[in-house]
Design a protein around this ligand. Structure first.
Ligand SMILES: [Zn+2]
Length: 212
């Protein structure tokens, strides 16, 4: 569902551009709103969320999908934790659909899906691992890397019940905006994938904005 925001970028209290292949790790306070902006279009932002006060509570794709009765995420979706608590609500969305089934790219999946020589290509899981190692203060460990959301990524379900990675439906300037229902850690890998059309074979930067 397309829903535009009323928030103005010039009123944001925080803005950061995240290059393709980089990670973003930031604490959002309950009540704050944050936006992921697809600056050049057709980018995928692979994102994990945690309760910032207890990282054993984190985003759960199963609880979110079950409670909303829909596998796609868009405006109105309440993102739930593994304890079935509301973590964030998508309050604006100009892209219209986001994936939470496809998972994130890893060197292992690149090898299986594409070819053995892809093993050394940078992948989302590497970015997340780097983020938790460079930011020990958050208490995150390897085992905490679980379900993610692929913002802006187009992973339609086929008639046979399978998944396909399709060319993106996002465009330059499209965004998704969420309001935090609890203190939330946001961990984004701005996907470096070059082997499937999720980034249009051209990974590009995103911007993150936060409002009080
Ligand atoms: Zn990726």
């Amino acid at each position: 569902m397309i829903k535009e925001s009323t928030l103005r970028p010039e009123d944001a209290i925080f803005r950061q551009t995240v290059d393709a292949g980089d990670y973003f790790l930031h604490r959002i306070e309950a009540g704050q709103t944050f936006r992921i902006l697809d600056l050049e279009g057709n980018q995928a932002a692979d994102t994990l969320f945690y309760n910032a006060d207890d990282v054993t509570e984190r985003y759960s794709a199963m609880d979110t999908i079950r409670e909303q009765g829909n596998v796609y995420l868009t405006a109105g979706s309440v993102l739930r934790t593994n304890e079935n608590n509301p973590l964030l609500e998508i309050v604006a969305d100009t892209c219209g659909r986001h994936d939470t089934l496809g998972g994130a790219c890893a060197t292992e999946s690149n090898t299986v899906r594409y070819s053995l020589e892809k093993k050394c290509m940078h992948a989302c899981r590497d970015s997340w691992m780097l983020a938790i190692n460079e930011n020990e203060q958050y208490g995150l460990e390897k085992a905490d890397i679980t379900h993610n959301i692929n913002f802006f990524m187009n992973v339609p379900i086929t008639k046979e019940g399978g998944l396909t990675f399709e060319d993106g439906i996002s465009g330059a300037g499209k965004y998704v905006e969420m309001k935090a229902k609890m203190n939330t850690l946001v961990l984004i890998s701005n996907c470096p994938q070059l082997n499937n059309p999720c980034n249009g074979y051209n990974p590009t930067p995103i911007e993150v904005l936060v409002w009080e």
